[in-house]
Design a protein around this ligand. Sequence first.
Ligand SMILES: [Cu+2]
Length: 185
Amino acid sequence: MQIKRLAFASVIVAIVCATMLAYFLAAPALAEEVKAGDLVITQAWSRATPGGAKVAGGYLTIQNKGSAADRLIGGSADVADKVQVHEMATTNGVMTMRPLDKGLSIEPGKTVKLAPGGYHLMLLDLKSPLKQGDKVPVTLEFERAGKVKLSLDVQGVGAKGPAGAGDTGVPKDMKKMPGHSGMKM
Ligand SMILES: [Cu+2]
């Protein structure tokens, strides 16, 4: 009787463990997908900000399933004073970034990725640091789709991509690059 009960208990433990493991393995796949008109936005993420940093990048993937171009023109967030759409490029071997004054075009049938080393959202004048595991609410503004609310999943300081994604082969940490300090705001 004792032995039987013990065996039953260990089966329960095994089931609970398997369920938890399945949950953790599945977690990245459950990343938020936001639909706004013809746009589908996925993999919105950011990085934890090291002590005192006042800026953070925001990264996401925007797919335009419609037949007309749209344009990401800006955004806002409670955590930051301003949210801008930036472009990063290498000019004469130096990484620089600049705000896209006319926004970022999302052509019909295309997918545009905002990722480290390229287009990104810039959260300026952070009111509080971003911590790993946080979900930071951001409102994006599109020319056609209008305002779209989503949240950035905050990854570790050195993260190169959203949870569950592999190394994307992009340049090193943005914090080591010049540009933000001399940027006009
Ligand atoms: Cu920037």
